[in-house]
Design a protein around this ligand. Sequence first.
Ligand code: HMH
Length: 207
Amino acid sequence: MTITCKLLLENHAQDWQEATVHPFLEQCQLGIIQPQQFNTWLMQDYLFVVEFTRMVGRVLASAPPEHFDVILGGLAALKDELNWFKEKATQRQLDLNIKKQPTCREYCEYMHSLADKPYPVQATAFWAIELAYNQGWQLPGKMPAPYDEFAQRWGNTDFTKYVKLLSQQADEVLETAQEDIQKQAEESFLIVAKFEHHFWQMAFHTA
Ligand code: HMH
């Protein structure tokens, strides 16, 4: 039996719920998140996205040319996103020249380690990382300003379509992957889910 993105979500519904439903997001939706906690998330996520961009560059390097269109679209969006993060940090007078918290650092190290994995594993992790933010920012429902802008960035319908394309590309290569590679893809899904859960939690560990 072949693993698919849909089956991963069904078989690990609890882990995925913890990755995408968190008091941080609920407090954004209620407009009661403490600015210091929001800013902690924002700065750590900028540092994460820098390393995530490098990971996507490595995914491109492993991908068949038929997958380039979607991945290059993702990289173009990341170019915009990195500039947007810097704008948000300037508006909030935040210094992005800070250290990564342990969870952020470990997550970035994990993304680096994916370079040594077969492409189906990389494609599955890539999809899971994007889906976590797509669903995480969408699930709470409409957010008040200034958080609506953040919810829109990852929750908008184009981003949802992009994540769907990522799942199709992952499914396509999982279908012909050997069993142990499928197993590794499943492990990477669970590792991403764990890191995503801890990443939200990091907002409450102010440095
Ligand atoms: C922690 N996961 C984390 N940050 C992000 N920006 C994404 C996923 C992206 O899409």
